[in-house]
Design a protein around this ligand. Sequence first.
Ligand code: HEC
Length: 143
Amino acid sequence: MKYKPTLFLAASALFFSACDDSKSTSEESGAKDATETASQKAPEKAPAPVKHPLPGDPVAGEAVYKKICTACHQADGSGMNGMLAANFVKDKTRLAKSNEELLKSIRDGITKDGKVMPPQKGVLTEQEMKDALAFIRKSFGAQ
Ligand code: HEC
């Protein structure tokens, strides 16, 4: 005998309405959707907040920092609360920049809002600049 789809549909419709299952079915599928969305989002969340590897040797960098950078950025990295220089402690946007960007700033200097950071090109070697930035990252920012 042939399978009768109409009969089957009628039977299942009866079954669902009898259990008044329509509500819980939609809730279930809603929950399932949420789980799926969460598990789909998980891989995006997985990489921890942007981390920057230390570009050089923070121990060597400390000497460079104390000799040249402390004058403006201060020993505590606050740059006198940002009045003299970038405040590495409070202004998280600074160390959120890439090593490359920050090294460019150190190398070429910055003139902004009446504040000046003199270029270190020719004053420090490339390695000394990297070491100084490594010290700054290690001391004042998330690595
Ligand atoms: C004469 C003062 C002065 C000295 C010395 C100085 N800086 Fe700066 N530095 C500044 C100022 C001012 C800024 C912020 C300019 C601005 O508002 O963007 C700054 C910003 C920075 C930034 C952030 C750059 C960016 O792109 O946001 C870094 C990193 C930095 N300095 C590192 C150093 C290092 C390393 C040294 C020592 C080798 C040094 N600075 C020496 C004044 C100075």
